[in-house]
Design a protein around this ligand. Sequence first.
Ligand SMILES: [Zn+2]
Ligand SMILES: [Zn+2]
Length: 350
Amino acid sequence: MSEVALAATLFGPEDLRMVAQPLDPLAKGMVRIKFGAAGICGSDMHYFRHARTGNFVVTSPLVLGHEIAGTVAEVGLQGTHLKVGDHVAINPSRWCGHCARCREGRANLCENIYFMGSASKTPHMQGGFATFFDVVPAQCIVVPKDLPFASVALAEPLAVCLHAASRAGDLKGRRVALFGAGPIGLLTMLSAKLAGAGDLTMIDIAGQPLAFARKLGANATFDISEGNDKLVAAAQEQPFDVVFEVTGAPSALAMAIRTVCRGGVLVQIGNLPGGEIPVPANAIMAKEIDFRGSFRFDKEFARAVDLIVQGGIDVQQLITARRPLADTPAAMRLALDRSQSIKVVLEASS
Ligand SMILES: [Zn+2]
Ligand SMILES: [Zn+2]
């Protein structure tokens, strides 16, 4: 086995380098994974550009990547469900299991959670854009070997979206709007559809992602790059029962508050800027809006893997480019170009 791992490591804004790191002997109870494929996420791109996302600030070199799949290369303890050679989907979160939130079944809100490739904790937990990396067995779900790693890697963003859809409550027959037609917006749209949503409207400021949304089944789309008038008129005629804010732009949140119906549900998935932002919050009271946050996922990870294995949601259709892991810095720039990219996937360099 290789004695060195090559990892996409972030040192500061726009300073992402492939760094060779010697591999320590595998710790007891851990599993070493050989990289199979990984998705580049919006939060990876935020980290890449600003060395931060929301309130999480990179204070020491951080290996990015949390949408990952690979092969079990070494098992540090016998008696787990894993064996060398297994293909696995990897849940990037490691929760404590005993804090109040874990005990009430909301492990995504664990007070002691670690998340791969995230600066939420210091020291940071390193991510999976690396030829080899170590996880605990509980993070791994074995998948069939004939399933492409690129699909398996997208279980993580799908889990985020399944969680968001479940935060919205009963979606059957609901008129749903989504702000932001990136991968999370699109997968949330597909998750809402799977949950029985009636009518799906996608809103964005770029034409390409909206065309993609129509291809994936959006009933209506609005490009609000040149104003909100058409959207506001449509929402006045027939307001949305449920709105998902996926962009993290304060202006989109303002529009979401404006276009959701009285008594409607507004789910915040997008990572808003850290600190205070001006929003027309009084309408939350006056319209009795249920304003709900949605953060990562919990049991939805296993469901996402299952849906991908069974073909319940076709995640491959979102992939617009594949690049070798060794070219992560260039792949990151490609992913940032929304006129070209929906989802960029890194693959093992053979
Ligand atoms: Zn992600
Ligand atoms: Zn916990």
